[in-house]
Design a protein around this ligand. Structure first.
Ligand SMILES: Cc1cc2nc3c(=O)[nH]c(=O)nc-3n(C[C@H](O)[C@H](O)[C@H](O)COP(=O)(O)OP(=O)(O)OC[C@H]3O[C@@H](n4cnc5c(N)ncnc54)[C@H](O)[C@@H]3O)c2cc1C
Length: 450
């Protein structure tokens, strides 16, 4: 059983299949430098903790191997005479390419790569229009996705009989960074506790999701994205918990966005790093040392716009960022700093513990106006107005930008506004939003002619 982004023992179809077909199952995780070396500290820490928790849940039988899976999996099978490798299907471009190569190598040696399950309720590529073509717009996709339905959770037929460490030598756990970050729960049980706490919190949780999901200063969203990304829980398990109330419908629809982006990327793997709408390739971006310095300020939360800085610091401190704030910081990078969305998307993938190539690249493209359902180009978020609207008490900013903790609420989203400069330790705005907004509109108009 080759574990990748399905780090759970419950409702794991690949594991159920392995147990049905074989008496003994060898649990393997390949530490792929292609993924590990690109991960920032919080993401890396989360991966190490989640793997360690999985290992605990199987009595420390998990085996690690290091290197490119295309080499590692076939030679592991040779070494131990393994005739089939069972795993969940990966629909993202890198994973799908890797799996094709692994399957070819195994087949050439008379072995098999067997797929069972995937990280989606409905597999990408399944939901199509009547004429068989994929959807490019969310709402019709989500209607058909809903009517397609999904399978029920599956139960393992028996307790696995692992054939792993110490019988087979483990190559050693990946090194966990020694850092102090507040990460989402990394055990299967911890993830479920978090979900149940959110579900049972009444209108301050799931039942008030439609009202509170945009407010970063309250815990109004589930924070299940990291557990979903690493497969500590499966989306069908959460979907099963929802009823037809408005709040639950909105939550279901957010899960559908995740499925939609998985589907879009499946059909257009090039859109990982390229514009879905290639017409937007003509947009002019800033370059040179000033652009690079501004990018660095954005990454480190030193733009002088408090809501942007709070979000970027939340990312570094916790490996997570509230969705509303993701949209605000993304808009700021693309439309105030005139930098390519890909720069921001790479930074997000490095640091988000929930970093998922489909949701990330298409979340960025939505904001940049280059993707599906793209926000109209004239929609440029004003970081001060967004802060005042979505963090009206200023508590979110105070939590992550301590230099501003003593400012009055009326001033917290524009610390320069009352004259006398910004508080000691904070920075003045690196650009003037009003000026950059006009500049962004001019650049978009030059391309769209609108
Ligand atoms: C620029 C940008 C980058 C993003 N990058 C990622 C990413 O790498 N990984 C990721 O999981 N999400 C990403 N998102 C989507 C969204 O911000 C997160 O899923 C959400 O903030 C996670 O918090 P939550 O679990 O509390 O969400 P909730 O509001 O509780 O939503 C429940 C679940 O629905 C899904 N979901 C919610 N909103 C979206 C959305 N807009 N797009 C896709 N799925 C959604 C997630 O799986 C989430 O856990 C990105 C959004 C933007 C604007």
């Amino acid at each position: 059983m080759w574990f990748r982004r399905d780090l759970r023992l419950n409702d794991n179809p690949a594991l159920v299949r392995a147990l049905a077909d074989y008496d003994e199952v060898v649990p393997l995780f390949v530490v792929d430098p292609n993924l590990f070396d690109r991960s920032g500290l919080s993401r890396l820490t989360f991966m190490c903790d989640a793997l360690n928790a999985l290992d605990d849940s199987m009595g420390r039988a998990l085996l690690y191997r290091y290197g490119d899976p295309v080499e590692v999996i076939p030679s592991f099978c040779d070494e131990f005479g393994i005739d089939a490798v069972v795993t969940a299907r990966d629909f993202a471009p890198y994973g799908a390419r890797r799996d094709r190569a692994v399957a070819e190598r195994l087949e050439a040696a008379g072995r098999r790569l067997v797929f069972e399950g995937s990280p989606y309720a409905v597999d990408p590529g399944t939901v199509r229009k009547d004429d068989g073509t994929p959807y490019a717009v969310f709402t019709p996709f989500s209607k058909r996705w809903l009517s397609a339905g999904w399978s029920s959770p599956v139960e393992a037929p028996r307790t696995p009989n692992w054939l792993g460490a110490p019988t087979i030598t483990c190559a050693g756990r990946p090194t966990r960074p020694d850092i102090d970050v507040v990460l989402p729960p990394f055990t299967e049980t911890g993830a479920w506790n978090q979900w149940e706490e959110f579900r049972d919190r009444g209108i301050e949780g799931l039942d008030g999701y439609d009202d509170r999901r945009n407010d970063p200063s309250v815990a109004g969203t589930s924070r299940m994205s990291t557990a979903l990304r690493w497969g500590l829980v499966h989306p069908r398990q959460l979907l099963l918990e929802l009823d037809d109330s408005k709040a639950h419908q909105v939550f279901r629809s957010e899960i559908a966005w995740r499925e939609f982006y998985g589907d879009v990327l499946f059909h257009r793997p090039d859109t990982t790093w390229q514009n879905l709408n290639r017409k937007m390739d003509a947009i002019v971006h800033d370059e040179g040392p000033v652009a690079v310095e501004r990018f660095r300020a954005w990454c480190e939360g030193r733009t002088g716009y408090p809501i942007v800085d709070a979000g970027m610091r939340e990312l570094l401190a916790t490996g997570w960022m509230h969705n509303r704030v993701r949209m605000i910081v993304a808009s700021f990078l693309v439309k105030d700093l005139h930098l390519p969305w890909q720069w921001g998307a790479r930074h997000f993938m490095r640091h988000l513990a929930d970093g998922d190539v489909a949701s990330n690249s298409h979340g960025w493209q939505w904001t940049a106006g280059t993707g599906t359902d793209a926000a109209p180009y004239f929609r440029v978020f004003n970081p001060v107005a967004q802060g005042e609207r979505w963090d009206p008490t200023g508590d979110y900013v105070r939590r992550f930008v301590p230099e501003l903790a003593d400012l009055a609420t009326s001033q917290i989203h524009a610390p320069w506004s009352k004259g006398g400069g910004v508080p000691l330790g904070y920075v003045p705005p690196i650009v003037d939003h009003a000026v950059e907004r006009e500049e962004a509109l001019a650049r978009y108009k030059a391309v769209t002619g609108g």
